[in-house]
Ligand binder design. Structure first.
Ligand SMILES: C[S@@+](CC[C@H](N)C(=O)[O-])C[C@H]1O[C@@H](n2cnc3c(N)ncnc32)[C@H](O)[C@@H]1O
Length: 414
């Protein structure tokens, strides 16, 4: 019997205030472009797979789906090629013992502030110089005082955890939390204009501001993780910093629900906007760029062919790791590439079918703020988009995404 998706179609997928919702759990520990509204993941899980046990988001980004899975008491697997995103997803979903959280909350700021008193001493400056990354045009992007303070924070995190005799997994989880709090403040104290404007401006950051911001944010992160620890059961969440075209580390039919939002053609350049974070955290931006689906190429045809091939590889893997009869929900938006409209939803549906993921229905939804980057270019920028019925539809209907509901073919239901 055909399933009725009218309840999903009648929902208001805007779900009210994104910022308010994102304050729940650990969702807002770090900014990331293209985040899901948490209620999208939650609603799809609750409506389509309330009894699911293993949820996978193979383009998990900052980990929204996995946070919701954990909050719902479900096991989860997240995969993302972006090492910074994987760090976010990991920190947001990893429980840390309360005694460790308390230790960091009380003692790391004190350790850092004591070191700060000696920031201009030769031995400290020498260590900062060693730990600081090489930044092209360093003076353009960072004030001297900020460079020293960021170096000191990084040095303190390194040194602080060397003194701990906790199990190495616990040390790593606690250190990751501190590194994420560190990462969060980097753009705001650099000369980069904003999170989404890669332009150097003078910000006149006073002495001590970077240190204060780090301590404040670290404590907010710790409070949120402590609250989230207390509110969730014992579930297993794995995060893999990997390429979803090759999921050989996940066994066949392990998962019973997939929800994801794939990389959009030609949208955010994560490597550029988060450039200084990649550098300070020693994350490989080149490796990421090589794996990232949807990056700019010279000709539109090349972009679309490459995208189709990449998504085809991914969809085959999604099908392989799903149990027969399981849902695979893909939240997608069509794209504009070099002024031409590309119907990526159609490409996904076609390639999914070849991988035994059969279309059940499509639910249209409006795009809320941060997700609308690509359409913003269509709606607000001065760029000329080639006019045809499809681009006109996008221009007039505005920001729309589709939730593509697929189901893995189940031969036993024949
Ligand atoms: C639209 S974002 C997902 C955002 C996520 N839903 C969230 O709430 O944060 C798409 C993600 O796909 C990731 N990605 C791109 N190419 C990939 C690949 N080959 N394998 C795995 N992840 C990839 C990007 O790094 C990006 O984080």
């Amino acid at each position: 019997m055909q399933t009725d998706y009218s309840t999903l179609k009648q929902l208001d997928w805007q779900f009210g205030d994104f910022k308010k919702e994102a304050k729940n759990f650990t969702h807002d520990l770090h900014p990331y472009f293209g985040k899901f509204h948490p209620m999208i993941a939650r609603t799809l899980i609750e409506e389509l797979a309330p009894d699911s046990k293993y949820i996978i988001d193979p383009f998990c980004g900052s980990g929204t789906t996995l946070v919701e899975a954990k909050a719902l008491g479900k096991n989860g697997i997240g995969v993302d090629a972006n090492p910074l995103a994987s760090l976010m997803a990991q920190v947001k979903t990893t429980s840390i013992d309360n005694f460790i959280l308390k230790d960091i909350y009380m003692n790391l700021p004190e350790y850092l502030l004591t070191k700060y008193e000696y920031i201009d001493h030769y031995e400290v400056l020498e260590k900062i110089e060693i730990i600081k990354p090489e930044i092209h045009n360093e003076k353009k992007w960072f004030q001297d005082n900020v460079l020293k303070e960021l170096g000191l924070i990084k040095l303190s995190i390194e040194e602080y955890f060397q003194t701990k005799d906790w199990h190495e997994d616990k040390v790593q989880a606690a250190k990751n939390l501190c590194l994420l709090a560190f990462s969060r403040i980097i753009t705001s104290v650099s000369n980069q204009q904003t999170e989404s404007k890669y332009k150097a401006v003078d910000k006149n950051i006073e002495n001590g501001v970077a240190i204060d911001k780090f301590v404040d944010h670290l404590r907010i992160c710790i409070d949120k993780i402590e609250d989230f620890n207390g509110s969730t059961g014992n579930v297993e969440i794995e995060i893999h910093n990997s390429d979803s075209r090759y999921l050989n580390f996940i066994e066949d039919e392990k998962c019973d629900f997939l929800v994801t939002s794939p990389p959009y053609l030609n949208s955010w350049d994560y490597g550029l906007y988060h450039k200084f974070r990649f550098l300070w955290l020693n994350l490989g931006v080149k490796e990421y760029n090589n794996k990232e689906i949807g990056r700019h190429l010279r000709r539109v045809g090349d972009v679309v062919d490459r995208y189709r091939n990449d998504m085809s590889l991914c969809l085959k893997e999604f099908s392989r790791v799903l149990k027969p009869g399981s849902y695979c929900c893909i939240v997608n938006a069509n794209s504009i590439v070099k002024k031409e409209y590309v119907n990526t939803t159609e490409i996904i549906i076609e390639e999914a079918r070849k991988a035994d993921l059969i279309l059940e229905d499509i639910v249209d939804k409006k795009v809320f703020g941060p997700h609308s980057g690509m359409h913003a270019s269509l709606l607000t920028k001065k760029t000329e988009i080639k006019s045809n019925p499809a681009t006109e539809k996008m221009r007039t209907s505005g920001k729309e995404e589709q939730i593509i509901i697929l189901k893995k073919y189940d031969s036993s239901k024949e």
